[in-house]
Write a protein that binds this ligand. Structure first.
Ligand code: HEC
Length: 392
């Protein structure tokens, strides 16, 4: 496939993933909000648990929260499942397009684990499947809620631990997001929809449905809301190599995930005292900033004047096998992100990113395939820093 076709394909996938995700998360937040805003009807109505009035775009809307009952089924019933499904499908397609193809170079880091492309893909899919079964077992089979919450947190830590010790930093982050997103989708299809369907069928058959299905579905639906912020944090953190390439990336990912879940809790709880969870979330995020700031401060300081002639051989030896108009790397055949580093003008276009990726986060050269040394990183760092301060 030509480079521009590939880019467009990826762009359309990314765009669809974003739009479907917005629709899914939007409707999810909307229903959580509805649940917290319902009030009991002024004159009690049969089977109606709560009602509320809204105004939007010049009209007034009345919504009732009710149980379904034989003989009272609406003609048209709207289900919410395609937002979730489309988000997952486009996300999975992106996972293939960005991480699984091209030798899975973005997923693998030979210094973390020496994997082949197919081993990496197999592990990614296998871990996602195993993760779902363990999570589902905990909540489906074990009745103690306190146990389940603790077990789920331990599972999260375990997943992050395994992922960061199997894949590249960036791969571990996306794999964790993939696993969470898959749990969310399976919650919808395996644990929420079948119960709802059964209740509708019973009501159609004239039977009073088993309302315990509602309570069970609600638990998974609430879980999904806890996943939202961690997953979003993860997707965005992919643009920040300083986070995912950090030596403590497992800790950072745990902080990101737990802080995200706590922000969610404060946001949707209808008990103001429970907003205290914002405090640990803020501490978690402050800790993230602190830990990653330290790696920035370790960046080298300028030691005398360094000329471009001194760093050029480094770029030549370590970067241009991939970052050339015609890459010579055995796997990378298209210039990555269009970043060409063959001459001074091209290199100067990317100074801040080069600093971030080569000197601070060390996520470039990819998997250090070209064996860049620490000495070379310091040299490039000193040169880039002098160029950037000269610009200011
Ligand atoms: C083995 C191939 C390979 C080598 C060698 C390599 N890179 Fe990269 N680089 C990549 C790939 C692949 C990407 C795109 C990653 C992505 O899709 O986000 C990339 C992306 C980048 C980016 C763009 C980041 C962004 O998000 O905009 C910069 C800057 C960069 N590399 C700098 C370097 C520098 C500097 C070197 C040499 C010190 C280097 N790379 C060596 C493969 C390589």
């Amino acid at each position: 496939m030509s480079e521009s076709l590939h880019l467009w394909f990826e762009y359309i996938l990314r765009f669809s993933h974003l739009v479907a995700g917005i629709a899914w998360i939007g409707s999810s937040f909307y229903f959580i909000w509805l649940d917290s805003a319902f009030v009991a009807p002024e004159t009690p109505k049969r089977n109606v648990d709560g009602e509320l009035f809204m105004v939007h775009g010049g009209f007034y809307y009345q919504v009732e929260k009710r149980k379904i009952f034989p003989g009272e089924l609406p003609k048209v019933l709207h289900w919410f499942k395609w937002e979730a499904t489309l988000t997952w499908i486009t996300g999975f397609a992106l996972l293939i397009a960005v991480y699984y193809i091209n030798g899975a170079t973005l997923l693998i880091d030979q210094q973390v684990m020496n994997l082949t492309q197919w081993q990496a893909i197999g592990l990614s899919l296998g871990l996602a499947t195993a993760g779902w079964f363990i999570y589902d077992f905990i909540w489906h089979r074990i009745p103690s809620k306190a146990f389940n919450v603790v077990a789920s947190l331990l599972l999260l830590v375990l997943i992050i631990f395994i992922n960061t010790r199997t894949f590249s930093g960036r791969g571990a982050f996306i794999q964790t997001g993939f696993m969470m997103g898959s749990m969310m989708l399976l919650n919808v299809w395996v644990r929420i929809l079948p119960g709802q369907k059964k209740m509708v069928e019973d009501a159609q058959a004239g039977k009073v449905p088993d309302y315990s299905f509602s309570a069970k579905a609600k638990i998974r639906s609430v879980h999904n809301t806890y996943f939202i912020f961690p997953v979003l944090f993860i997707m965005l953190s992919n643009h920040y190599s300083v986070i995912y390439s950090h030596p403590e990336n497992a800790l950072l990912l745990i902080l990101l995930s737990v802080s995200g879940a706590m922000v969610r809790h404060a946001m949707v709880t209808n008990k103001p005292v429970e907003r205290w969870t914002l405090a640990p979330a803020a501490i978690g995020i402050a800790a993230l900033v602190f830990v990653t700031a330290k790696s920035y401060s370790m960046a080298p300081v300028t030691e005398g004047e360094i000329s471009f002639e001194q760093v050029q051989p480094v770029f030549h030896a370590r970067c241009i096998s991939c970052h050339a108009v015609k890459p010579t790397d055995d796997v990378i055949k298209e210039t990555p992100k269009g970043v060409v580093l063959e001459n001074e003008a091209q290199i100067r276009q990317h100074l801040p990113k080069i600093m971030e990726m080569t000197v601070v986060a060390k996520s470039m050269p990819l998997g250090n395939k070209t064996n860049m040394t620490e000495e070379e990183r310091r040299l490039v760092g000193a040169w880039v820093q002098s160029q950037m301060s000269a610009r200011q």
